[in-house]
Design a protein around this ligand. Structure first.
Ligand code: PEP
Length: 255
C-alpha cells in the first residue's frame, strides 16, 4: 500500500523565530494522531532543517529540503549537498520545483543528477513535474509531463524508482489561487501512473506516491485527496499558516 503524504513547502519564508513557532504549532497539532501509512513532511528553508529535525525526533513528522546540489561535497561555493542535509536528520528533498526550473535554469539533466545525489544519500526525492498555462491551453500537457518524467526519472532502475515520490504541480496553479479541478488532477495523476506502469510494471506503479500541488487549501483538499490516484499534496502558501496546514492534514486523514 502506498504512503499518503502531506508535504509543506515553505519556500523562502519565515525568520528563525517564526519558523520555530510554526514548527512548534504544527508538531503539537499532529501529536498523538494515528498516521498509519501516512506522513507529514515539513520543508523549511535549509537554515532551519536541523532545528526542524530536532523537533521531528519527538513528534510524528519528517523533514525535507526544497533543493539539493547535484554535486558531492567539495569546492562549490554557496551550495548545500545531500550528504549535509542527511547528516542533520533530513529525509526528503524536493527536486525540480517549477521555481527552480524557471528562476534557476534547472534542466532535466541537472535534475536527474540531483535525484541521483538524493538516492545515494538515502533521501527520498519528491520529484516535481507540471506544465505551464500555454502548454495546457495548447493541449500538450500530457506530452510535456511525459517528457519531464522520461528525462528526469525514467533512467532509474526498478529499485530506485520505488524510492521516489512524484508531485504533479501544474505551474498555472502554483501560488495563483487557481486549483486544478479534482478531475483535471486525477486525469494527470492517472496518466503519470500509467507512464510508470508502462516503464516499470503495474506493481511498482501502484506503490509510487503521486502528490498534487497547486493552491491546495482547506476548502479544496478533501475533494482532491479522495481521487484514486492522488496520494496527498505538496502545499505552498497554505503550509505557512498552522491552522490551514493542520486542516489540510486532517483532510488527508479523513479521506
Ligand atoms: C508549491 O509551491 O509547491 C505550491 C504548490 O504552492 P501553492 O500551494 O502556494 O500553490
Amino acid at each position: 500500500m502506498r504512503t499518503k503524504i502531506i508535504a509543506g513547502n515553505w519556500k523562502m519564508n519565515k525568520t528563525f523565530e517564526e519558523a520555530n513557532g510554526l514548527i512548534n504549532e504544527i508538531a503539537k497539532g499532529i501529536a498523538n494522531k494515528d498516521f498509519n501509512n501516512k506522513e507529514v513532511v515539513l520543508c523549511p528553508p535549509f537554515l532551519y532543517s536541523e532545528m526542524a529535525a530536532d523537533f521531528a525526533d519527538d513528534y510524528n513528522f519528517s523533514v525535507g529540503v526544497q533543493n539539493i546540489s547535484q554535486y558531492p561535497l567539495g569546492a562549490y561555493t554557496g551550495e548545500i549537498s545531500a550528504e549535509m542535509v542527511r547528516s542533520v536528520g533530513v529525509q526528503y528533498a524536493i527536486i525540480g520545483h517549477s521555481e527552480r526550473r524557471s528562476y534557476f535554469n534547472e534542466t532535466d539533466d541537472i535534475l536527474s543528477r540531483k535525484v541521483d545525489k538524493a538516492l545515494e544519500n538515502d533521501l527520498t526525492p519528491i520529484f516535481c513535474c507540471g506544465e505551464h498555462l500555454d502548454v495546457r491551453k495548447g493541449e500538450k500537457h500530457f506530452k510535456v509531463v511525459g517528457e519531464q518524467l522520461a528525462e528526469g526519472l525514467f533512467y532509474l532502475d526498478k529499485e530506485d524508482i520505488s524510492r521516489v515520490v512524484v508531485a504533479y504541480e501544474p505551474v498555472w496553479a502554483i501560488g495563483t489561487g487557481e486549483t486544478a479541478t479534482p478531475e483535471q488532477a486525477q486525469e494527470m495523476h492517472e496518466f503519470i501512473r500509467n507512464q510508470l506502469s508502462n516503464k516499470y510494471g503495474k506493481n511498482i506503479a501502484s506503490e509510487v506516491s503521486i502528490l498534487y500541488g497547486g493552491s491546495v487549501k482547506p476548502s479544496n483538499a478533501h475533494e482532491l485527496f479522495i481521487q484514486p490516484d492522488i496520494d496527498g499534496g505538496l502545499i505552498g502558501g497554505a503550509s505557512l499558516k498552522s491552522k490551514d496546514f493542520l486542516q489540510i492534514v486532517e483532510a488527508m486523514n479523513d479521506e
